[in-house]
Design a protein around this ligand. Structure first.
Ligand SMILES: Cc1ncc(COP(=O)(O)O)c(C=O)c1O
Length: 355
């Protein structure tokens, strides 16, 4: 990621907090693309980051800024991935992390954060009820002021400097393709990731690295469609919801960057895609079984959205399409156990092999 350091806030070399994040593979689809009638489908495999999700890009820059500015304590909210990413960098660079997460966050994400030494608290109703979610942010603002801690939330509206790290996803896609894609599909919770990709592509357009602005498509589950729900009804305002989705990472009841994400979708010519949790699980299984990409459910949401767009005839067969695969299957054991529910592992005696 630090290859793009000229685009990041200036950090002196001794303060760069890195674990080798970014520079993740852009893999051409082998089976899923052709089955959808697409010849140029690519996956940006963010599962290859040090803690298994794209949030390491945010955490690396967050920790670097803290080291440079002599700060030592982080207070953060997370659905799980930001938390485990920050916890890893905190461990490596001697920082302290108090982490507030959704009550139903997958155990794997929480154990990862605990293993790195973070103090982890699950908060009832956070991410699900919009009132509770807003109150959590208010309380944490107070707490971080009182404790002189840095409040870290992976959203532009709260942490614009740290989110610059996430924009490097877009710069890498441009570099790896040698041009811009026609379409980019992005899973959306609070919208920060989507906004990062849009802004990164805009930077590339302004610098002449790409010749056209890719259509950016936000994808959300039906049960938490703060951006794509209003878009589907032709409305121009994002709407907070009571979250009914079970897809970890995409459960954000309040708006955060949702309004900005909605406006940038329209500016880029993209369309919002609303998909069911079941469709996300189905495409998670297909990414794993047909592409060998071990993803958590949220990491398959972009592909679920693409499949919906293909169904609606919104994509041409030859166009270049990139789907972000944002987090690893190791992050969500329950969803992987569902993928293998019909498989068993028999125990054999030696003689039973080739009997
Ligand atoms: C794996 C994964 N994908 C996508 C997202 C959505 O990002 P955002 O909330 O910035 O829209 C998250 C957020 O936690 C995530 O963990």
């Amino acid at each position: 990621m630090w290859q793009s350091s000229h685009t990041l806030p200036v950090i002196s070399p001794e303060h760069i907090a890195t674990l080798g994040e970014g520079n993740t593979p852009l893999v051409r689809s082998n089976r899923v693309g052709p089955s959808l009638g697409l010849s140029n489908l690519y996956f940006k495999v963010e599962t290859q980051n040090p803690t298994g999700s794209y949030k390491d890009r945010f955490a690396s820059l967050a920790a670097s800024l803290m080291l440079q500015e002599g700060r030592r304590k982080m207070v953060a909210t997370s659905s799980g991935n930001t938390g485990s990413a920050l916890a890893a960098y905190a461990a490596r660079f001697g920082l302290q992390l108090d982490l507030y997460v959704l009550e139903n966050a997958p155990e794997e994400k929480l154990i990862q954060a605990l293993a790195f030494g973070a103090s982890v608290f699950r908060v009832r109703g956070f991410g699900i009820s919009r009132e509770t979610t807003d109150r959590v942010f208010d309380r944490l603002r107070l707490k971080s002021e009182k404790e002189k801690a840095v409040l870290l939330v992976s959203a532009f509206c709260l942490c614009p400097r740290e989110m610059e790290g996430v924009k490097t996803i877009a710069y890498e896609i441009t570099r790896q393709l040698g041009e811009g894609p026609h379409h980019l599909f992005v899973p959306v919770g609070g919208g920060g990731l989507f906004l990062s990709c849009y802004q990164g592509l805009q930077d590339d357009l302004k610098r002449g690295r790409i010749a056209w602005m890719p259509k950016c498509h936000p994808v959300q589950p039906q049960g938490c469609a703060t951006v794509v729900g209003p878009l589907s009804q032709g409305k121009a305002r994002a709407e907070a919801v009571h979250c009914r989705s079970h897809i970890s990472g995409l459960q954000v009841a309040s708006l955060l960057d949702a309004q900005d994400a909605l406006e940038k979708t329209l500016l880029s010519g993209g369309q919002g895609q609303m998909v069911s949790d079941e469709a996300i699980y189905l495409w998670q299984r297909r990414l794993i079984r047909e592409e060998g990409i071990f993803t958590e459910p949220a990491g398959a949401a972009a592909l679920a959205g693409l499949a919906a767009a293909v169904e609606r005839d919104q994509i041409q067969a030859e166009e270049t399409v990139v789907c972000l695969v944002t987090g690893s299957g190791f992050k969500d054991g329950a969803s992987i156990r569902a993928v293998v529910a019909d498989s068993t592992i028999p125990v054999l005696n030696v003689e039973e092999i080739c009997s």
